[in-house]
Design a protein around this ligand. Structure first.
Ligand code: DAH
Length: 392
């Protein structure tokens, strides 16, 4: 018995063991006819219109639609004790049948791209023909596969990450001064990360708390300074390099800390390098990056690998040095550590401190980017939120 025949019989005549199975059959038939139409597609809009209406009417027409028979013969005519069950099944079926409404079908049924039957009428045919008006009309009304004038799919272009942009800007300044870019491993030995840099075993930064150890001899580098030693070993003196790269520390992420962050190290070694070169270079760098009005301030500090060591501040780029929230009313923002390379560090790198001197600095690229773009949460750099990244 076909589904068309079944819905024309009453429930009593069909005497099903399980009325739900009957509904399942109807549902399956409905699905199948809908899918058949979708995979068939239509050659034109008018054909699609007609096919969708036809399928809709076959199932949903008030008079003689298949569901109207189900309503009459199965639901209305069902014995009292079956009514709740049949009613429930019928409601579910009716819900699902909304997929057969014309508007819903139209969205699903694709227009097949199809070459027009016979020869395509060209526009010159159309307008030069003696019967030019009707030819022109048939040209205009000819069926074309979709709208060829619609724009194509445009893929959004990405852009460099703000930290990368900052890094490139800093690199550019030093490249123009004659420095080269050097790099080293992020998984580093304790020797290069600490020992060779004159950082004693007792130094707090060697603690588990600050350093991510892989094993007792290997760490995720905590700064870019170990590449100083590697470069000295590799190239000897004189040496003018900058070293950008990722660094890692055992820090909990918050607005100003990230367990992974970026540094740029600078190193200049030659036979006559003095602290004046260091000051001059970093002052030039700060002015190039933040503007000619920027002033720099050097204060004494301590790092095991430089002697003397300094801390560089720039006049506040937000208030010009007047004092504001960002510079904590001091007018200055501390931006990096620096100093004259410690003689022992030169020796560890195979360079004779009697012949050569050098200066070095280290700065946080992320922190520079935060200053430059006025960003108050370092985490934003690492969340890959396009709404944020799109602004750069
Ligand atoms: N390595 C230091 C740090 O991570 C930064 C630094 C300070 C690097 C002074 C230097 C330097 O080269 O001379 O905190």
């Amino acid at each position: 018995m076909t589904i068309d025949e079944k819905v024309r019989k009453t429930l009593a005549e069909l005497s099903p063991t399980d009325p739900k199975k009957l509904f399942d059959e109807v549902r399956a038939a409905m699905e199948q006819e809908r899918n058949a139409l979708i995979s068939r597609g239509a050659a034109s809009e008018s054909e699609r219109d007609n096919l969708c209406k036809e399928l809709r009417d076959r199932w949903l027409a008030r008079k003689n639609g298949l569901l109207s028979f189900v309503d009459e013969n199965w639901l209305k005519a069902s014995p009292k004790e079956l009514k709740p069950l049949v009613g429930r099944n019928f409601n579910a079926l009716r819900q699902e049948s909304t997929a057969l409404e014309v508007a819903a079908l139209m969205k699903e049924v694709p227009l097949r791209a199809q070459a027009p039957a016979g020869r395509e009428i060209s526009i010159s045919d159309a307008f030069s023909a003696s019967d030019s008006v009707s030819a022109a009309v048939s040209y205009i009304n000819r069926e074309v596969p979709g709208d060829l004038t619609l724009p194509g799919n445009r893929r959004p272009l990405g852009s460099l990450h703000p930290v990368t942009q900052m890094q490139r800007e800093i690199e550019e300044i030093f490249l123009n001064l004659g420095f080269r870019i050097e790099s080293g491993p992020e998984i580093e030995s304790v020797y290069y990360n600490f020992d060779a840099l004159n950082i004693p075993e007792s130094h707090p930064s060697r603690d588990d708390w600050d350093t991510l150890y892989i094993d007792s001899k290997t760490v995720l580098r905590t700064h870019t300074s170990p590449v100083q030693i590697r470069a000295m070993e590799k190239y000897g003196a004189p040496l003018y390099i900058i070293i950008p790269g990722k660094c890692y520390r055992h820090d909990n992420p918050d607005a100003s800390h990230s367990p992974m962050f970026h540094q740029i190290e600078g190193l200049a070694i030659a036979s006559d390098i003095t602290f004046a070169d260091l000051k001059g270079t970093l002052d030039f760098f700060a002015k190039k990056l933040f503007g000619e009005k920027i002033r720099t301030r050097f204060q004494p500090s301590f790092f095991p690998f430089t002697e003397p060591s300094g801390e560089v501040s720039i006049s506040c780029i937000f208030c010009g040095g007047e004092g504001c929230r960002v510079c904590k009313e001091s007018g200055w923002i501390e931006v990096m550590g620096c100093g004259m390379v410690h003689p022992q560090v030169l020796r560890n790198g195979g360079i004779d401190p009697e012949k050569y001197t050098g200066w070095a600095f280290g700065l946080g690229i992320d922190r520079f980017a935060m200053l430059m773009y006025d960003i108050n949460d370092i985490q934003l750099f690492f969340q890959s939120d396009v709404r944020f990244l799109k602004q750069f």
